[in-house]
Design a protein around this ligand. Structure first.
Ligand code: ADP
Ligand code: MG
Length: 994
């Protein structure tokens, strides 16, 4: 009922939106008609006319209808032109006849994009062309407008293709490709419109903000308006992978190699245990004389295997029997029943560890801990540092030096223990949850991730948080040095920087809530140009994968006999290869694609609509390429699409179906499902069992039941929700970083672009001084004399300048004292300045500021990394790790700000450019550092999927009440004139620091 109402409202809203856009479409067409009489030159002159009108105060909204009409008329002229220079464009090396004039529905899409919405337009509706209109309009402002594509090939294709009409109208078009140098990139961004992939844009941002050492190094110029093509793929599927630039860590602390043998042994023991349990259970179940009690006992054994090794091959076999499945479901309910508290716990304790496939977690039991660290019950209890520290501090028998030494020891012990616990848990995950040739492959002595969406190997990507090293230990290949984050951002936060964002895709509607809540983007569903004729057949469901694949092959052969082209979509490379082998055996000629070579695959996919073609493709292969039907194909029903299983989300199913029946063509689609598919196994409900029972058990028999399709949908919704929760969680954590990153990058940019480095530098010093003065005043007891000892100590430590006692006599007000100290510092600085060459000093000023910022920020990122891992280990009663994280992050940031200023104060006086040797040394050091940064292995790191989803489990696992504070510095404080770290944009003293 509710759903029905929602659909009704949503439907109505969409209809209202569309209705509102109609008059504007009419207006565009009226302008279009009136432009026909203009000469080419007059039409082209519109571009500069619009630019001038924007200068004079009109807005892009005011100009929209005219500008879109200009683009439409330009398209018409190119199409009708007899000049081959105009009517033909070279796209990725092939000549292409320009034959497009936007349809009315495309105009509607263009308006939706200009207004910052997501335009949902089915595959083949011509979204590439739609984007040209808002791109043109928004680029007239002179700011850099961007179009984001899913791969380099599409960026190039679309920029060349659409560049044809945009250039004709006098705009410049750029395209970012992976192998471009910074100079080339800068040229591309300097264009009016720039095409590129999301990761190129994101990494350019990180390099600009975090690594450029002079303003000439910056390549991007604007974050104004971006249209994201295939927006669901980029903002939803890819959003779980933050972009990370990483360099090798300075120190290596892991113990994967040392711990591997024992964890391997543990895994082996569990395996044996499972095999034995299964054997015993099978014997009992096969025994006709077994008592009810014995049978129940046997099912408990099987249930244990489910907990301890859910993918055990023999277990999977057993589960094919519906009666066993049913009994197990009952066992499962019994185990999780609230009236049976402690039962599950006891069962788990009989195993070495438990595995939760859903949460992607492996959970050590007491028995497992005993095995790993016999006779050392404390091995897995993390010491409670704050308590230990306070005990040390209140121990009067110790002098300061001894206290410091004890603290150091406690810290070291703590670090070592948490490293061991962390390493063991990652090794366990590596053994239990990550399968070779499914999640990763081993090539050339390296562990290479297999992308879960495209199924293709991703050299250079690494799982984060040590998981990758754990896999390297497991596979006995070289364990790479751990990496340290130099800069990172999530795709979500990157795109939230833009003034205006828009997107287009064939499938956004099911994710409309997420787009709204995270990006504030509305989805507008645009009607198709011609009615869609696609027939979506009911799913065919089988008990086992074996039966499913056999049935698929039969259907493929049937279509092939008729000559009907067929496209088979698979989730993984593994399945596409399996199907390919089965087809080979039956002598069916076919193509297999797995998104490895974008260009050649695009060309093959484009031919998938030819008579008799059979194409097997993983999800992303050839996405964005349009499949045209060959001769005689309409007569045999158009393209037929087969899905080898239902995907994790309904959206991807729709995407696959959408590959056929474009632009009013005939076409059809069908999905195949087996109860062994991951989706069904993990998220299908217990109804499955009863359904299975009612069905026959004949090999190869198809199960068709109306309830099944509801079960499938239910399972998909559950996965969608879980993934949404993970993305949201990642984002919540990144939000904290994001605010800090924003402030730091702004400071950094300021240092890079400022003309007056001297002024900026003295400003930093002044802020530092006045804050210290302020705290001296603040700590003064009422009516008593000011104690300046701390202030003087600080000055002596950080600013190597002699201060006469008179400097400190002006202390009527904070202001007066700060001024007086500052006057002395400036005096000293002037003397220094006279001794140096001004040009060299300006260079030094910038260098000192950047250097302080970069080095300390990097340390800060490192601290934030360990904080993020640290909060997950916490089990403060009811406390929310996210809240803890925010608080600690705030403290860390505050002390970061303090240290940066101190570092600047002390370095500027210590370094001098007078001494030629020192100049050389400083420049050489700067150069080397810059080179190092350039060579820092820039790798996109794959955040382990459930980085935060398993928080609850982690808590259970550490009942020690461990609380830790990684790298907390004493007395954190934000400068009062600094931007507040809460991200309000106000100065700290006017915000949280009040
Ligand atoms: P989408 O991205 O929406 O799936 P594309 O932009 O790849 O679709 O376009 C699909 C096909 O439709 C292309 O071959 C393109 O040439 C064609 N096309 C798009 N718009 C028009 C138009 N207005 N008139 C004629 N053909 C068009
Ligand atoms: Mg497209």
């Amino acid at each position: 009922m509710l759903k029905w109402i929602a659909r009704k409202i949503f439907g109505n809203r969409n209809a209202r939106v569309l209705k509102k856009l109609q008059p504007q479409v009419d207006q565009i067409n009226a302008f279009y008609a009136s432009y026909q009489s203009l000469s080419d030159e007059q039409l082209k002159a519109k571009t500069s006319e619009f630019k001038a009108r924007l200068q004079d105060g009109e807005t892009t909204d005011d100009l929209m209808c005219e500008a879109f009409a200009v683009v439409k008329d330009a398209c018409r002229r190119l199409k009708e032109s007899a000049n081959p220079e105009e009517n033909t464009v070279t796209v990725t090396g092939h000549p292409l006849r320009w034959d497009m004039i936007p349809f009315d529905v495309q105009l509607i899409g263009a308006i939706a994009l200009h207004q910052g919405n997501i335009a949902e337009m089915a595959t083949g509706e011509g979204k590439t062309l739609v984007a040209t209109m808002p791109l043109y309009l928004n680029a007239l402002t002179g700011r850099n407008v961007q179009l984001v594509t899913v791969n380099d090939y599409l960026a190039r294709r679309d920029s060349e293709w659409m560049g044809h009409v945009l250039k004709w109208l006098g705009l410049t078009i750029g395209c970012i490709q992976n192998n471009m140098s910074p100079t080339q990139r800068r040229e591309q961004y300097a264009c009016d419109i720039t095409y590129g992939t999301n990761s190129e844009f994101g990494f350019d941002y990180l390099r600009d903000m975090g690594m450029a050492t002079s303003s000439e190094d910056l390549v991007q110029r604007d974050y104004f308006y971006a249209i994201v093509d295939e927006i669901d793929s980029i903002l939803i599927d890819e959003a779980r992978t933050p972009l990370i630039i990483a360099g090798p860590a300075k120190v290596s602390t892991h113990m994967f190699d040392k711990l591997k043998p024992i964890v391997a042994e543990l895994y082996h023991r569990q395996y044996q245990l499972m095999a034995n349990l299964l054997q015993e259970a099978k014997t009992t179940l096969a025994d006709p004389d077994a008592t009810a009690e014995a049978i129940d006992e046997a099912y408990l054994k099987v249930a244990k295997v489910q907990l301890g090794m859910p993918k055990h091959k023999q277990l999977m076999r057993l589960m094919e029997d519906p009666s066993i499945r049913k009994a197990l479901d009952r066992k499962d309910i019994e185990l999780h029943d609230d009236n049976n508290r402690g039962y599950l716990q006891r069962v788990k304790e009989s195993l070495f560890f438990g595995i939760s496939e859903r949460n992607n977690e492996a959970d050590l039991s007491e028995k497992g801990r005993q095995f790993l660290r016999p006779g050392d019950p404390d091995a897995f209890v993390i010491p409670d540092l704050p308590t230990i520290f306070s005990e040390i501090d209140s121990d009067n028998t110790l002098d300061e030096a001894a206290k410091l030494e004890k603290r150091k020891q406690a810290q070291m012990e703590y670090d070592k223990k948490s490293e061991i616990i962390h390493n063991i848990s990652q090794l366990l995950r590596a053994y239990c949850l990550f399968e070779k040739d499914v999640h990763y492959v081993v090539q050339d002595n390296k562990v290479i991730i297999v992308d879960e969406f495209t199924g293709r190997p991703q050299p250079g990507r690494r799982f984060s948080e040590g998981l990758h090293q754990a896999l390297e230990a497991k596979e006995q290949v070289k364990i790479e040095r751990e990496t340290q984050t130099l800069a990172s951002i999530t795709i979500q936060n990157y795109f939230r920087m833009y003034d205006k964002l828009a997107g287009m895709t064939g499938t956004a509607e099911t994710e409309a809530t997420e787009f709204k809540s995270i990006y504030n983007l509305d989805v507008v569903v645009i009607p198709t140009n011609r009615p869609c004729l696609r027939i979506d057949h009911n799913d065919r469901v089988y008990k086992t994968q074996r039966e499913k694949y056999a049935a698929m092959i039969n259907e493929i052969i049937e279509c092939n006999k008729r000559g009907q082209p067929i496209l088979v979509g698979t989730i993984s490379v593994e399945v596409s290869e399996l199907l390919s082998r089965l087809l080979q055996r039956r002598n069916i000629i076919h193509n297999v694609l797995n998104a490895k070579h974008h260009q050649s695959e695009a060309e093959i996919v484009a031919r998938a609509g030819q008579f008799g073609a059979v194409t097997i493709a993983t999800n992303m292969a050839g996405r964005g390429t349009d499949i045209k039907l060959g001769m005689g194909v309409k007569e045999v029903g158009g393209l037929h699409v087969l899905g080898s299983e239902r995907h994790d989300s309904r959206r991807i199913d729709r995407q696959l179906r959408g590959r056929c029946a474009r632009q009013g063509d005939p076409g059809s689609s069908r999905f195949y499902v087996s109860l062994e598919d991951n989706l069904m196994r993990l998220f299908g409900s217990d109804r499955l069992t009863s359904i299975m029972e009612r069905m026959g058990l004949e090999e190869g028999e198809e199960l068709s039941h109306s309830m099944l399709s509801r079960t499938i949908q239910g399972a998909q919704k559950r996965v969608e929700q879980q993934h949404f929760a993970v993305r949201k969680r990642t984002l919540e954590y990144d939000d904290v970083m994001n605010k800090q990153r924003g402030s730091i990058y702004e400071l950094r940019r300021n240092i890079l672009v400022t003309e007056d480095t001297r002024d900026l530098l003295l400003n930093y010093i002044y802020t530092a001084v006045s804050e210290r003065v302020e705290s001296a005043f603040a700590s003064r007891p009422r009516q008593e004399a000011l104690d300046l000892t701390d202030l003087k100590d600080w000055l002596a430590r950080t600013i190597p300048v002699g201060f006469a006692p008179e400097t400190f006599t002006h202390h009527e007000t904070e202001e007066a004292l700060s001024q007086s100290i500052m006057a002395r510092i400036e005096e000293a600085y002037n003397i220094k300045e006279r001794a140096e060459t001004p040009e060299a000093l300006r260079w030094l000023e910038r260098y000192v500021m950047l250097n302080a910022l970069d080095n300390l920020y990097q340390e800060h990122l490192y601290a934030m990394d360990s904080l993020r891992q640290g909060v997950q280990l916490r089990s403060y009663g009811q406390r929310d790790p996210l809240v803890e994280y925010k608080q600690e992050a705030y403290n860390l940031y505050a002390s970061l700000m303090d240290s940066i200023k101190d570092e600047i104060c002390s370095n500027i006086f210590r370094l001098s450019m007078v001494n030629p040797a020192q100049i050389e040394a400083a420049r050489a050091a700067a150069k080397q550092e810059a080179a190092q940064k350039k060579n820092a292995r820039i790798s996109e790191i794959h955040e382990s999927l459930q980085a935060f989803a398993g928080l609850e489990e982690t808590r259970e696992q550490n009942p020690s009440g461990a609380a830790i504070a990684p790298l907390r510095r004493e007395q954190p404080k934000v400068g009062r004139n600094e931007p507040c770290p809460c991200g309000s944009g106000k100065k700290h003293k006017l915000c949280c620091g009040r």
